[in-house]
Design a protein around this ligand. Structure first.
Ligand SMILES: C[S@@+](CC[C@H](N)C(=O)[O-])C[C@H]1O[C@@H](n2cnc3c(N)ncnc32)[C@H](O)[C@@H]1O
Length: 268
């Protein structure tokens, strides 16, 4: 986020009728610098790639043109030009261009906060992998990449949970408490083998205390996690977060998460 500069609002470039993946990569590749040295033209080219690859070119493109980009992704494009996808979204944000992530389902303000890659990577370092993300949607899966996930429409609260779970519940009462109760229940009957629960550090709440009693360790973040939204913008939370670990590898959790903040181990 140190690179986020907000320029005067401009309009994003029009999507051309013809576009070639390799040509675009070639055009952009030698032009990647820190944001303050990037030209609007280069960021515009990346924007076009994002529109075409994530948005599949919109409805006005020919079938032939669509089939050309069918197997290409914006993830791959970012790799090919040598930047993280989040960097591209930050650049679009600098120009106040709305990033064209596809909208899925109904979005209701604050509950749609998605976990950044760095956090997911630490979660996977502890759990090995994520078998289930029970409170999620398609957009979040760009980063979470759980083996299975449930959406609001499917209602994760009415499904069976299992394996290694990552839970970042909707921050809305009573949903948050219902999700935490469900995690505790599924963990106690051993459907869930291990889990990491990510919440705000609302230490005075009922649900925080319930989760504390059952978990093996808690990490209180030093600083705050900047979640991302469906349009690629980053949230600026007003308080820090807590990670609760449920499982037997407390030592691994402590090692990995002590980089994120203070870890307290819960005495059995
Ligand atoms: C805070 S976001 C976390 C998303 C994702 N797990 C992540 O960490 O990036 C909570 C998600 O839960 C979804 N959600 C809300 N109610 C749900 C329900 N009953 N079942 C499953 N998901 C639900 C929301 O749509 C939202 O995408």
């Amino acid at each position: 986020m140190s690179d986020l500069i907000v320029y005067e609002k401009t309009s994003p470039p029009e999507i051309p009728e013809e576009w070639d993946y390799d040509e675009s990569v070639k055009k952009v590749k030698g032009q990647i610098y820190k944001i303050r040295f990037m030209t609007e033209e280069t960021i515009g080219e990346i924007w076009i790639a994002n529109q075409i690859l994530d948005g599949r070119g919109g409805d006005r493109k020919s079938a032939d043109w669509k089939s050309k980009v069918k197997n290409l992704t914006f993830d791959q494009y970012c790799q090919d030009i040598g930047i993280a996808k989040q960097t591209a979204y930050n650049w679009f944000e600098s120009f106040q261009w709305k990033s064209p992530r596809r909208l899925v389902g109904k979005f209701t303000g604050d509950i749609e906060n998605y976990t950044p890659e760095k956090v997911i990577s630490s979660v996977k370092d502890v759990l090995g992998d994520i078998d289930l993300d029970p409170a999620s949607n398609l957009i979040a899966q760009d980063i979470v990449k759980a083996r299975k996930y449930y959406t609001e429409k499917e209602d994760g609260l009415n499904k069976v949970w299992y394996g290694r779970v990552f839970l970042n519940p909707p921050y809305k009462y009573p949903l948050i408490e219902n999700f935490i109760n469900k995690l505790i229940e599924e963990y106690q009957i051993k459907n869930v083998i291990s889990a990491i629960l990510l919440t705000n550090n609302n230490t005075d709440t009922n649900w925080f205390h319930k989760a504390s009693y059952v978990s093996s360790a808690i990490c209180f973040t030093k600083g705050r996690i900047n979640f991302y939204k469906e349009d690629g913008t980053i949230t600026q939370p007003t308080n820090g977060q807590a990670f609760f670990y449920f499982g037997r590898n407390r030592e691994v959790f402590t090692n990995v998460f002590s980089k994120q903040g203070m870890v307290v181990e819960i005495i059995d």
